[in-house]
Design a protein around this ligand. Sequence first.
Ligand SMILES: [Zn+2]
Length: 74
Amino acid sequence: MTELTCPKCQGSMRRYERSGIDVDQCSDCRGIFLDRGELERLVDAENAWAGRNQQAPDNPQPQRNPDPDYERRY
Ligand SMILES: [Zn+2]
């Protein structure tokens, strides 16, 4: 495996796992970098996590869809 260096500061990257996805973080500037596709998987994993923890988010004030005709008529 090749040692990863930070694209920003050329510091050494540390790899750790988050939500089952490998995340590379620079130990110098704390920048976090993901391999191609990992961000997508991370987002999916977090969405799944959020979906499990807040089911059926209720919308007390649903966004009103402005009717385009409304402004024309009134
Ligand atoms: Zn860095």
